[in-house]
Write a protein that binds this ligand. Structure first.
Ligand code: GLN
Length: 298
């Protein structure tokens, strides 16, 4: 029987030849999937024998990956912010850069609640995740708020114009036991009119320039293009949201937008043009790249 170590070596070679940028990690994840164990177990037992069924299913997965399919779609899940999210072609795969958005949003919500506690019966703080996709941001926030024992004082609305994405987002909410804490709505950006303006709006909208989408790694072509393609300058959809902010954001409201690393100047210029009086600041991520625009309504 073939050993774990031999199969790993074979898998790494196959993925390297196919152009993978992380052949070792991906081979480990896929062999772990075939065997139903985590990567650490594989590394601790390179001599362990692998049965023919697992070997076959590993070979199948390697070919899927070699053909370009993302590992997260093959495994059906991806870790984000210490949580596990179901992933399939209905929604964009959660990306680590979006963790910054969740972190800042959570901090901001907690700060606002501390500054203005909501006694029972007072209207809740309203939070919107616009273009929720697989639900990553809304569900992570709901889980983090539950950990802080924050309940009905915060209301989370998650919207998407793709019914398929909303379905996946709902499944992720159910999986994390927070389906009762998020209202999912099918809408282009946000419903019009909104029931009550939002205090905090977060969004990871499509922001990749159309001509760049086709130059992204093959794996990205398995994801919904509608989640990535931000039009000729990448900011077409974000600009449409900016135009709606006067109507959907509360006075003193905060808007956090994930952006591309080269869009910091462009986004604040747009805000200056379309939202007089609003403040625009760009936050730097752990890698030192400007990936988040922070808009404040006076
Ligand atoms: N960060 C993603 C990528 O470059 C883009 C996500 C988005 O457009 N919202 O693949």
């Amino acid at each position: 029987m073939t050993s774990v170590g031999e199969l790993l070596a074979r898998g790494i070679e196959r993925l390297r030849a196919a152009g993978s940028e992380a052949p070792r990690l991906e081979a480990e994840l896929l062999l772990g999937r075939a065997l139903g164990v985590g990567r650490t177990v594989l590394l601790a037992h390179p001599e362990a024998p692998v049965g023919p069924d697992a070997e076959r299913s590993f070979a199948t997965d390697l070919e899927r990956r070699a053909a370009g399919e993302p590992v997260a779609y093959i495994r059906g899940f991806r870790e984000f912010y210490g949580l596990v999210f179901a992933t399939d072609p209905r929604g964009l795969i959660p990306r680590p850069e979006t963790e910054l958005l969740v972190e800042l949003a959570e901090r901001e919500i907690a700060r606002r609640l501390a500054a203005a506690p909501r006694p029972a019966g007072a209207p809740p703080l309203r939070v919107a995740d616009v273009g929720t996709g697989s639900g990553t941001i809304a569900v992570s926030l709901a889980v983090l708020l539950r950990r802080r024992a924050i309940g009905p004082e915060v209301e989370i609305v998650a919207s998407d114009d793709s019914p398929a994405a909303l379905e996946l987002a709902r499944e992720n909410a159910v999986g994390h036991g927070v389906a009762d804490r998020i209202e999912f709505v099918a809408a282009d950006l946000l419903p019009a009119p909104v029931r009550r303006p939002f205090d905090v709006i977060v969004a990871n909208l499509p922001y990749v320039r159309s001509d760049e989408v086709d130059r992204l790694p093959v794996a990205v072509s398995f994801e919904p293009r509608s989640a990535l393609d931000g039009g000729a300058d990448g900011l077409a959809i974000i600009a449409r949201l900016l135009d709606r902010l006067p109507e959907v954001a509360a006075a003193g409201g905060l808007v956090l937008l994930e952006i591309g690393a080269d869009q910091a100047d462009a986004i604040c210029r747009l805000v200056g043009e379309r939202l007089p009086g609003w403040r625009c600041r760009v936050e730097i991520d752990l890698a030192g790249r400007p990936r988040l625009a922070r808009l404040e309504r006076p």
